[in-house]
Structures are given as structure tokens and as C-alpha cells.
Design a protein around this ligand. Structure first.
Ligand code: PAF
Length: 283
């Protein structure tokens, strides 16, 4: 596995690979790799000739009171894990090169970034789309893989790729869960033992919603209110939002819609740790 930190060097290698007609897949990450990331890499690997994994804790997607400084980092373990899946190139740029002091350009996607995560984290998606566009221009991939865990991020990136005509195929990989159902996330390491036990309520509430829908419920407020009741039994849980929305437009739905892909998503704080999860359903 080659480790590259220079943007110019990465671009040069990608140009060479493209000249050789190699199919490049990129998996952008912020490191602290876990099984969830590895599943994205496995999908990228089988769909390409060259797998580029990127590690960059992107400052522009963190709000002023968020966890940029404390975001977990373990570059040695990341190198080992990325290598174990067959990453060919590990791209680890520096903050100085990614955001030099004269940096002035941001990508903003309208409307779908103002709801759900965007409501609580108003500058988050502008940071995500900006860094992802940069990583696309640097690694020059044919394919990029993102996780369904960050459902809104996946939708926003697909919108950006469509609107800005990036010639890149976007693959969305399913959520990888712990044995009790908690979706894997680097932020799970922040949870105390008690919070970790209670955090399974996210998955349980989604399963409850699924069951209510399967049993014939159509009313979204009623489904959301049952999810709230379940989560409220956990003392450390504080709900940020629970939403049932059109999975493309992210518009809230008062009732389920026949034949539509719908996104049930939620964000809940356990102590100081904010976790998100989701499922896609069709009626
Ligand atoms: O999902 C993430 O880890 C980040 O948002 C991403 C896509 C790597 C951009 O920094």
C-alpha cells in the first residue's frame, strides 16, 4: 500500500492510472476506521482496479461547538486496517494543503441541506460537499463509495454529483451494525457504558417503526410518537429529531406514500454524544 500526502503526487498517480485505463474507486473517510468503513472499502475493491482510501478529518464540516479537536484519531491502526482490505493507495493530506490560508471556495447545495442534520448543523454539509469535491478532483475516481449510515450526506453528494456533472458513479453501502443493532460509528467510542447500553434505542425505535408500518400504520405522527415513547424510557437520551421524509426530496410526510422510497431517520444525544441512524422503507 502506497501512502501519499501530497495533492500533486496523488493527482499525478491518478492521471497515470487513468492513462492505463485502470478503474479507480475512492472511499473518503475521516479515519478511526471500523467495520463500517471496511465494508465500503470491500465494495469499492470489488468494483475497481485501484482502491484509494482517503483519511482527512475535515475541519470545515464541524461547527464551532462540535468535536473537531476531540474527534478520535488512530493513524497507525487505520493504516493496518486499510491495508488489510487491499487499499492500494492511502491518501492522507495535510490541513495546510487542503485549506491554505487563501482558501475561499465552498460548494453549497440548497434546500436538502437545510433539514434534518442541516437544521442542527447549519454549516456541516457545505463542509462535506466542499471536501468531497476536492477529494474527487484530487483522486480522480471512476467510482466513490459512501455509507447509508449518513443517509442525508449520501443524498446530498448524489445531488452534487448530478448537478455539477462529476463523471463518477456513486455507490451507497448498507449500514453495518453491532450485534445489538447499534450502527457502527467512530463516535460510539465517546459513549459511557450506561449510554452505550441505552443507545440501542435508536435501532429499536427504527425496528418499532418498521413493525408498525408492516402492521398497517400510515400516520407518520403516530409512528414518530411511538418511537419517541420508546427512546424516552432511556434516562440519558435526548431526541434531536425524528423524521419520516421522502427519500429523495427529504420533504416531511404526514402520511406514508404508496410506492415511494421513504427515509425514517433520527438523531439522539446520549449524554454529550450525538448519534444518528436511519432505515429506508417502501410501502
Ligand atoms: O462520512 C464521512 O466520514 C465524511 O463526512 C466524509 C465523506 C469523509 C467527508 O469528510
Amino acid at each position: 500500500m502506497k501512502i501519499i500526502s501530497s495533492i500533486k503526487e496523488m493527482q499525478r498517480i491518478s492521471d497515470e492510472l487513468r492513462l492505463q485505463s485502470k478503474k479507480i474507486a475512492v472511499v473518503p473517510t475521516m479515519g478511526y476506521l471500523h467495520e463500517g468503513h471496511l465494508s465500503l472499502m470491500k465494495i469499492a475493491k470489488i468494483n475497481s482496479d485501484v482502491l484509494v482510501t482517503t483519511i482527512f478529518v475535515n475541519p470545515t464540516q464541524f461547527g464551532p461547538n462540535e468535536d473537531f479537536n476531540t474527534y478520535p484519531r488512530d493513524i497507525e491502526s487505520d493504516k493496518e486496517l486499510a491495508g488489510s482490505i487491499g487499499t492500494d493507495i492511502l491518501f492522507i493530506p495535510t490541513r495546510e494543503e487542503m485549506y491554505p490560508s487563501d482558501f475561499l471556495t465552498y460548494i453549497e447545495i440548497e434546500k436538502i441541506t437545510n433539514v434534518l442534520e442541516g437544521k442542527s448543523r447549519p454549516t456541516h454539509f457545505r463542509g462535506v460537499t466542499t471536501v468531497v469535491a476536492k477529494l474527487f478532483n484530487i483522486t480522480k475516481p471512476n467510482i466513490a463509495v459512501f455509507g447509508q449510515k449518513d443517509a442525508q450526506q449520501a443524498i446530498v453528494i448524489q445531488q452534487m454529483v448530478k448537478n455539477l456533472n462529476f463523471d463518477i458513479e456513486i455507490l451507497i453501502a448498507p449500514i453495518v451494525r453491532e450485534s445489538d443493532g447499534l450502527a457502527m460509528s467512530s463516535r460510539n467510542t465517546y459513549l459511557s457504558e450506561a449510554e452505550r447500553k441505552e443507545s440501542v434505542a435508536l435501532y429499536q425505535s427504527l425496528q418499532l417503526a418498521k413493525k408498525l408500518i408492516e402492521d398497517g400504520e400510515w400516520n407518520c405522527s403516530l409512528i414518530i410518537s411511538e418511537m419517541k415513547k420508546l427512546i424516552s424510557t432511556k434516562p440519558s437520551a435526548k431526541i434531536d429529531y425524528i423524521s419520516i421524509a421522502d427519500a429523495e426530496t427529504l420533504e416531511e410526510l404526514p402520511v406514508l406514500q404508496d410506492g415511494k422510497r421513504m427515509l425514517i431517520s433520527l438523531a439522539v444525544r446520549f449524554g454529550t454524544t450525538r448519534l444518528i441512524d436511519n432505515i429506508i422503507i417502501t410501502k
